[in-house]
Design a binder for this molecule. Structure first.
Ligand SMILES: Cc1ncc(COP(=O)(O)O)c(C=O)c1O
Length: 401
């Protein structure tokens, strides 16, 4: 092998040149570097249920150690189909409508690669989870950002401006990405929101890519609705979800897509050549996850609601202006009362280095062709033990005392 030293640098693609590395994941690296409490990346610092650990190790000992069927172990697809029917009201066939993927992350990018063509426009509701825009760019599509309207005077704090959304759709619109419950704001999309999106998708022949990974993490009686359950949307929705958040197994990398047979056949092909398949023993453990009783989900919600309340009241006492989340496990806050001059990145760097608490800069949830939003915002996660949240709040309090 001959390695050239000096001279011309190796070329990277125009696609990869259009985005930076993930700021969320970078904040975890910085938290480790500075010994900070990590309220940046959304993963639990507590163990997953013991039954799941047992199921995963049993699957290894029971020799589920070779490739599964590319689009997912049949046992898992059967269990997902039953859960989709019961919880999401989506009627699906495990053979025709499901692809098991390496996390929701792969589900989203494989779906976009399978459905979008170069030049197609993809509307992304912002602020949004960081991956969606790079996914669109990797797929050759053109992301177009639609920003939620903020109404801090109302209960429903983030709204879709109907008239504005209508003007975003046009002849080149091929899809829209939504995420409910929503990261980072905690918005839970209402029936009115979803009907509007469904009507627009039908009028413009567009596909809705809906990321529902927080479907079980809901507060104050909020209910989760799946746009894929609407009869008008059956042929034009990809419902994407996964096991990371509901079962506290973000490192397992198991997720799935639910879509019509035609869309699923295209997603199957892309998934096959991207990854061959998700980890087989962990897929088998996910079958166990889907058999947990209703009480599991009730206590998940109760525990997270307690954590939300604790972090929310502490942040508000310190001087952050927060949006009360109705779902997911993040708090989106405005820090302008605490620091009038710094932008979001400077503020986060100061927090991680000096207060030793990591959050995520607001601008990383926007990707607005140069017009960056979130410059006075920070996102904290409460997917942590109570003691971790208390330690973070103590550090923040003394930093702003
Ligand atoms: C909205 C959203 N989608 C997807 C993911 C990643 O999901 P997975 O671990 O299933 O790839 C995250 C992780 O934070 C997320 O917030």
């Amino acid at each position: 092998m001959h390695l050239r030293s000096g001279g011309q640098e190796a070329k990277i693609s125009r696609k990869a040149g259009q985005f930076t590395e993930s700021v969320i994941r970078e904040m975890t690296r910085l938290a480790n570097k500075f010994g900070a409490v990590n309220l940046a990346q959304g993963f639990p610092d507590f163990p997953c249920p013991a039954e799941l650990k047992e199921a995963a190790s049993s699957a290894v000992f029971d020799d589920y150690n070779q490739y599964s069927i590319t689009w997912g172990a049949p046992e898992l697809r059967d269990a997902i189909a039953a859960k989709e029917r019961a919880y999401n009201r989506i009627d699906c066939d495990p053979e025709k409508n499901i692809v098991v993927t390496c996390g929701t992350t792969e589900g989203m990018v494989a779906s976009q690669l399978a459905i979008l063509d170069p030049g197609d426009e993809l509307i992304i509701i912002s602020p949004h989870y960081e991956n969606y825009a790079p996914d669109a760019i990797i797929s050759g599509a053109r992301p177009k950002y639609f920003v939620l309207s903020e109404r801090r005077d109302k209960d429903e704090e983030f709204e879709i401006d109907e008239e504005k959304l209508k003007t975003e759709f046009g002849p080149n619109t091929r899809g829209i990405v939504i995420n409910t419950p929503h990261n980072p704001t905690g918005k839970v999309f209402s029936m009115k929101d979803l009907k509007l999106i469904a009507d627009l998708c039908n009028d413009y022949d567009a596909v809705c890519f809906t990321d529902e990974i927080y479907e079980h993490i809901l507060y104050d009686g909020a209910t989760h609705l799946s746009i894929g359950s609407f009869s008008s949307m059956q042929d034009r929705t990809v419902t994407i979800s996964g096991f990371s958040k509901t079962y506290s197994v973000t490192g397992w990398r198991v997720g799935y897509t639910i879509a019509s047979e035609k869309l699923t056949n295209a997603i199957k092909k892309v998934h096959d050549f991207l990854t061959v398949g998700a980890p087989h023993p962990l897929q088998m453990a996910c079958v166990k996850a889907l058999s947990l009783p209703e009480s599991y989900y009730e206590s998940l919600r109760k525990d997270y609601q307690r954590k939300r309340n604790l972090l929310l009241s502490s942040l508000e006492d310190i001087g952050f202006k927060c949006v009360k989340p109705r779902g997911a496990y993040y708090i989106w806050c405005d820090f302008s009362e605490l620091d009038k001059t710094s932008n979001d990145v400077e503020f986060c760097m100061h927090l991680v280095e000096k207060a030793r608490v990591a959050g995520v800069p607001g601008s990383s949830f926007f990707f607005l062709d140069g017009k960056v939003g979130g410059r006075k915002e920070i996102r904290f996660t409460f997917s942590k033990r109570i003691e971790t949240l208390q330690a973070a709040c103590e550090r923040l309090k003394s930093s702003f005392a």
